[in-house]
Design a protein around this ligand. Structure first.
Ligand code: FUB
Length: 323
């Protein structure tokens, strides 16, 4: 499979988190809707209200939509906006981690549980204690589960320092100061809370200095993903306002990570988001663009394309649709 493939056309879906459970691919996307809310830098136009889970037996085969897996109306602490989620499996239970604004319009990360990968998922009464911002991604290794999260602008990461809300609200570092970092935190054994204080995941440049806030072409914006290839940890992310998917590599789940390059050049649409997954011996980049909606940035469509590595472990850059 060399050519990118759109996965479904009956729903607009985005932000795919993909895992292999029981030999099948399971996709946990955002479900985009036409909300009528005008587009703004806060992302109010991304007013999503539920999740559907998709599964596939083969990369070229049929995509099964398992229906609504979690609905905002069933989440006791819900305000608005179900953004990019992820899923994990432990001891026969499946967990979906999702960002959602609470009733004071602050993003928190919630957990919902099911006996099946496709759900339905039952949400807990309250968000994870100490959680904030958006785009949780869960990476498992040797029975330890790590969550990566954070997003700028509408994702509210700029409102926090050292895991505490700033009184002044959102503050960005100056262009020549260190960039705001994505966060990494170990999840508790019961999978329901943070097991420690979230830490900064630092991304270094080629001479070992943290990327600067004004380095918009390379600094982290949102859409964390972690995978491991040939013993190395690959942290990948979106640069937001420069619309690239980039990656950095490291020697352990906490980093530091060193910037390596671009995975996907810009696509049609403002956001770019992805996951990287190995299935039946090949690697794939799941992502989205807005070609089918003719550029409506809040109505996105899932795609998959094969991802290839060079012999030195670097990732071959894939051309996005915004040429
Ligand atoms: O889908 C809403 C937001 O757009 C996600 O949380 C971000 O990563 C961006 O894709």
């Amino acid at each position: 499979m060399k050519e990118p493939r759109y996965l479904v056309d009956h729903l607009y879906t985005a932000d795919p988190a993909v895992h292999v459970f029981n030999g099948k691919l399971y996709i946990y996307p955002s479900h985009d809707v036409e909300s009528g809310i005008p587009e703004n830098d806060n992302g109010d136009h991304f007013d999503m209200r539920d999740y559907h889970v998709f599964s596939m037996d083969s990369i070229d085969g049929e995509v099964t939509d398992h229906g609504v897996a979690l609905d905002v109306k069933d989440i006791p602490w819900a305000g608005r906006q179900l953004w990019d989620c992820d899923a994990a499996h432990k001891d026969g239970k499946y967990y979906v981690y999702f960002p959602l604004k609470d009733q004071t319009d602050i993003f928190r990360i919630g957990v919902a549980i099911s006996d099946k990968p496709e759900g339905p998922f039952i949400p807990l009464e309250a968000p994870m204690k100490g959680s904030y911002s958006i785009d949780p991604c869960v990476f498992e290794e040797d029975g330890n589960y790590y969550m990566y999260f954070g997003g700028l602008w509408g994702g509210q990461l700029q409102r926090y320092r050292n895991n505490k809300a700033l009184e002044a609200g959102g503050v960005f570092p100056a262009d020549d100061e260190d960039a705001l970092c994505p966060k990494v935190v170990k999840i508790s054994d019961d999978m329901l809370e943070f097991a420690e204080e979230p830490k900064d995941l630092v991304i270094l440049d080629e001479i070992g200095n943290p990327l600067k806030s004004g380095d918009n072409d390379r600094r982290f914006f949102e859409a964390s993903w972690m995978h491991k290839y040939n013993g190395k940890y690959y942290f990948s992310y979106s640069t937001g306002d420069t619309h690239k998917l980039c990656y950095a590599t490291g020697d352990n789940p906490y980093g530091p990570f060193t910037y390596q390059g671009v995975i996907l050049t810009p696509v049609v649409g403002w956001t770019t988001h992805h996951s990287i997954c190995e299935f039946k011996g090949k690697w794939y980049l799941f992502h989205h663009d807005c070609v089918p909606s003719k550029g409506k940035t809040w109505l996105r469509s899932l795609k998959v394309v094969e991802l290839e590595y060079n012999a030195d472990g670097s990732i071959k850059t894939i051309e996005g649709t915004a040429k």
